[in-house]
Design a binder for this molecule. Sequence first.
Ligand code: ADP
Ligand code: MG
Length: 212
Amino acid sequence: MITFEGLGLEERLVKATSELGFVNPTAIQEKAIPVLLSGTKDLIGLAQTGTGKTAAFSLPLLQLIDAEQKHPQALVVCPTRELCLQIVKEIEQFKKHIKGVHVVAVYGGASIGLQIRDLKRGVQIVVATPGRLIDLIERKAINLEEIEYVVLDEADEMLNMGFKEDIEFILQNTPKRESTWLFSATMPPEIRKVSKRYMTDPIEVTVGKVNT
Ligand code: ADP
Ligand code: MG
């Protein structure tokens, strides 16, 4: 059986996963984590809901970002407030043995003032819904200049909800973006188009049967 250690994750992250009761990686984690840790720039991860995609991108992000640098380095974009909060909760648990890493959720329907205050506290990872993120960009309240990693989570869902232009705007406004990781349960042609336009030779990792 493959272990989290065997995927190349550092001790303090492995420790956090085992404390969460994770014994073995799921199939998408087993396939995606070594690829992401190897420095592969762009990845498309396709697997059904409930297969552990959050850990598949969160663990590599926590290993790759620089905790010493107190500016946003990674941006996770997801469709809903609930998902934002869930992702942040999971990242908080994974990072419990790492010092100096801060993560913030920004989403609509909540005080933008408080989120702007949180963003100023030296966060490295921002988890956002598209609408609120664009609002923050337009107010110049978020610094995307140093973002190296952009994760599009539930990309199919975001396109279904009409966020295509917002996503493109976000991708166009991350000048230092080196890695783009797109996760989705399905692969409709619209996602293919976005990946062709904004990703470079993405590695495709698929688990199970994926509908277009
Ligand atoms: P997805 O994003 O693919 O829908 P999630 O990342 O939300 O799936 O994970 C679904 C559930 O499985 C979560 O409760 C998560 O904590 C749990 N989980 C993820 N990876 C593992 C693992 N390797 N072992 C045990 N449980 C896991
Ligand atoms: Mg998910």
